[in-house]
Design a protein around this ligand. Structure first.
Ligand code: ADP
Ligand code: F6P
Length: 321
């Protein structure tokens, strides 16, 4: 019987379970024996591999996190360790692997494919949305909705006390969570690593906005610009005589039940991944572009550079006036 394995790697993201569920069930439907690997690449190295059945994924579609666990495994950067992982799979006659993870995980995938000829395909699972080859990654939509929920709550205090609120969100070096949440949540500013930051301009803008009747302001600060926090607070205070209150949302952004968007994306990407395995296509990453599921060569995909969404930035500025 044909066999493939599936693992989740790097930071957990809502929608990973929906994706595992779809891959397991569609794989079985297509005649495969499907295996789970525990704790990402750690599990490949340690041969923590187990068979999964339709019932193994019951009641998981709505859960955040990953039922097969995840890990960050620095050891996997060593070629000899990748070789051991590939040999472990081959000894079990497992000849294909689906990796759900982010760019680090895909570098590991690339090594398996390019160095040892193993058949692997990737599904983007990270809240950061920091992969240029795809419009969306699994978990991003849910994370932004979680941020919006938090923003709505912070707004109550912000408005009642006429305050400036700074909210730090995740995203590593990518500002997508901050920018999307700023536009969707009505924040006045999004500070993101992809664009130049003018802290003096923001402080002056807040002072100026009170002349137009604005009594409170919200700033979304992307994790990649978090080192600007103290300067931002000091300059706002100096210019406006208002205290800027700071909240870091942290790990609540990684958890929770996936949105409809992430669940559907999970199902569609899992089906494409299993189909690619069936066609013997190797080293492909699944994505979504212009609402169509796509697949791209892993080396090509990892070489692409993210561009800031200029139109969204423009909209953010106009709507915050
Ligand atoms: P993400 O996949 O979410 O970006 P990480 O960057 O932590 O998360 O990467 C996840 C795992 O992928 C790492 O712990 C490691 O096992 C593997 N990995 C990361 N970078 C590389 C690399 N350059 N080469 C090989 N494997 C890597
Ligand atoms: O990649 C997802 C993410 O949550 C990033 O936004 C953040 O920088 C990082 O992971 C935090 O990683 P850790 O789980 O190791 O604290």
């Amino acid at each position: 019987m044909k066999k493939f394995a599936i693992l989740t790697s790097g930071g957990d993201a809502p929608g990973m379970n929906a994706c595992i569920r779809a891959a397991v069930r569609y794989g079985i439907y297509c005649g495969y024996q499907v295996y789970g690997v525990e704790r990402g690449y750690e599990g490949l190295i340690n041969d923590d591999v187990f068979e999964m059945h339709s019932r193994s994924v019951s009641d998981t579609i709505q859960r955040g996190g990953t039922i097969i666990k995840t890990a960050r495994s620095p050891e996997f950067k060593k070629p000899e360790v990748v070789e051991r992982a590939v040999n472990n799979l081959r000894e079990r006659d497992i000849d294909s692997l689906i990796v759900i993870g982010g760019d680090g995980s895909f570098r590991g995938l690339k090594d398996m494919v390019k160095l040892y000829g193993f058949s692997a395909v990737g599904i983007p699972g990270t809240i950061d949305n920091d992969l240029a080859y795809t419009d969306y990654t699994l978990g991003f939509d849910t994370a932004v909705n979680t941020v919006l929920d938090a923003i709505n709550k912070v707004r109550d205090t912000m408005t009642s006390h006429d305050r400036v609120m700074i909210i730090e969100v995740m995203g590593r070096e990518c500002g997508d969570i901050a920018l999307h949440a700023a536009v969707a949540g009505g924040a006045e500013y999004a500070i993101i690593p992809e664009l130049p930051v003018d802290i003096d301009g923001i402080a002056a803008g807040i002072a100026e906005s009170s002349k137009r009747g604005k009594t409170s302001n919200m700033i979304l600060l992307a994790e990649g610009c978090a080192d600007m926090k103290d300067e931002l607070i000091d300059k706002i205070q100096a210019k406006t005589q208002k205290t800027a209150h700071y909240t870091k949302l942290g790990y609540i952004q990684r958890g929770g039940t996936p949105t409809m968007f992430d669940r559907l994306l999970a199902a569609k990407m899992a089906v494409r991944a299993v189909d690619l395995i069936g066609k013997g296509k190797n080293g492909r990453l699944i994505g979504i572009r212009n609402n169509k599921i796509i697949d791209v060569d892993v080396a090509e995909a990892l070489a692409m550079k993210s561009k800031p969404d200029d139109e969204l930035s423009r909209i953010a500025q106009i709507l915050s006036l």
